[in-house]
Design a protein around this ligand. Structure first.
Ligand code: GLY
Length: 426
């Protein structure tokens, strides 16, 4: 079997490694890939956001199965075009990917089907925004409707801040993504992610995961794509987890009722309020770095799960998980998420991976012409530790990190601490 994986982050390195470990023994291509995927698969230089190009490359190269990692190729309909050519795809078609590509679509769908989420109003003019803000006051969350690379969200403590954020988006700060703006109720509580595989009918939840979006320890500093993650989440009790699963099932059923057969990963970003879990947002794909803890904990063959998801036979699969926990820490280039240098050499990955239970997933890395591994992005590596307890997983990760070095390396030192505290509480 020949598989093409679209994407080039830590998520895609984790996917490619798991696919290569499958009993199907596939040959794997990755576009654009990174330094890590180059070592184990074949990186190909095709524009991942151009569905026509991807589809013709797939036909010319005899690809049997396509796995779409990031949101952008999903939203532009890569899965639709591949389906027309009869190529099975892991990842929803454009209509389903709207759940991430348009916040208004997601909120309207949830409202139509009674799925718990914060109150909201979508606006496309400053006057409508002012009228709504005068009614609801602050705090509120202002979001660009479309994909803004994680940058289109402002938590506004005052109406003035909210007004500024709305105008900024409407005036083009996020391009077309901000032509419509969603003003949302500010919800309080811890955040938690729950992802599920679904073929549009069967929903197989994964383990809950706790991402850390802020750049610095103690959740300080600017928002990033994610600086570290652990799974499962001791703070999520059985009842809360059951409610989150039921919300994901109801969302898939809601899409099915509206004619959308959603096949891929549905990622629920939840906030655990005193009134129970509510949906903050949906993503149409694996999280990054959530994949870097969920995939190593999954015992079931990932390719079997992905094929069943794409073919609509997920009812035949049951997911098995390791009886262990995982912690993953992102090693970033100093200055990320704003400005940072690239092109500095990375050492110590092999030494780190020689440690028991440690895997290093590449994100922003590339080899130069002399075979030297260099930094090539903001998030550079993800160091994942799997162990029986969070204390041991953390110990493995942070001891492994001591062996890795690149100029100006930055990482959070508190990933997994909260899980240890909660696990000790009971
Ligand atoms: N870790 C957050 C995301 O993948 O969107």
């Amino acid at each position: 079997m020949r598989i093409l994986v679209l994407g080039g982050g830590g998520r895609e390195h984790a996917i490619v490694r798991a696919l290569l470990a499958s009993h199907h023994h596939p040959e794997v291509f990755c576009a654009p890939g990174n330094g890590g995927t180059a070592q184990i698969a074949t990186n190909v230089d095709i524009p991942e956001g151009d569905p026509a190009y991807v589809t013709s490359w797939v036909a010319r190269n005899g690809i049997d199965f396509v796995v779409i990692g990031p949101e952008a190729p999903l939203v532009v309909g890569t899965a639709n075009m591949l389906a027309v050519e009869g190529v099975p795809v892991f990842g929803p078609k454009a209509a389903g990917a709207e759940i991430e590509g348009s916040k208004t679509f997601a909120k309207d769908l949830m409202t139509r089907h009674g799925i718990p989420t914060g109150a909201y109003k979508a606006v496309d003019s400053a006057s409508d925004a002012m009228a709504y803000l005068a009614r609801v006051g602050a705090p509120v969350v202002v979001k660009a409707d479309g994909l803004a690379g994680g940058k289109g969200v402002t938590v506004a403590d005052t109406v003035e801040q909210a007004t500024y954020a709305v105008n900024n988006a409407l005036e083009g700060a996020f391009g077309m993504a901000g032509e419509v703006v969603v003003i949302e109720e500010y919800l309080e509580g811890p955040e938690c992610s729950l992802l599920a595989f679904t073929d549009g009918q069967t929903v197989l939840p994964m383990l809950p995961a706790q991402d850390h979006k802020r750049a610095y320890d103690n959740d300080e500093g600017p928002n990033t794509g994610g600086m570290g993650v652990y799974s499962p989440v001791p703070a999520v009790d059985e009842n809360t987890l059951a409610e989150m699963v039921s919300i994901l099932e109801n969302t898939v059923a809601a899409m099915h009722a509206e004619g959308i057969e959603y096949r891929g990963v549905l990622y629920g970003g939840f906030i655990l309020t005193t009134d129970g879990p509510k949906v903050l947002e949906y993503n149409a794909r694996f999280g990054d770095p959530e994949a870097q803890v969920l995939i190593p904990l999954l015992k079931t063959d990932l390719l079997d799960v992905m094929l069943a998801t794409a073919n609509g036979t997920l009812a035949d699969i049951s997911l098995e998980w390791r009886d262990e926990v995982a912690v993953s820490v992102v090693l970033a280039s100093g200055g990320y998420p704003t400005s940072y240098d690239t092109g500095t050499s990375i050492t110590g990955i092999e030494d780190a991976e020689a440690m028991e239970g440690v895997t290093v997933y590449h994100a922003g890395t590339a080899f130069d012409g002399n075979g030297q591994l260099l930094t090539a992005g903001g998030r550079v590596l993800n160091v994942t530790g799997v162990a029986p307890t969070f204390a041991e997983a953390r110990e493995r990760v942070y001891r492994a990190i001591e062996r890795i070095s690149f100029s100006n390396m930055h990482y959070r030192t508190d990933i997994g601490l909260r899980a240890i505290d909660r696990a000790a509480d009971g």
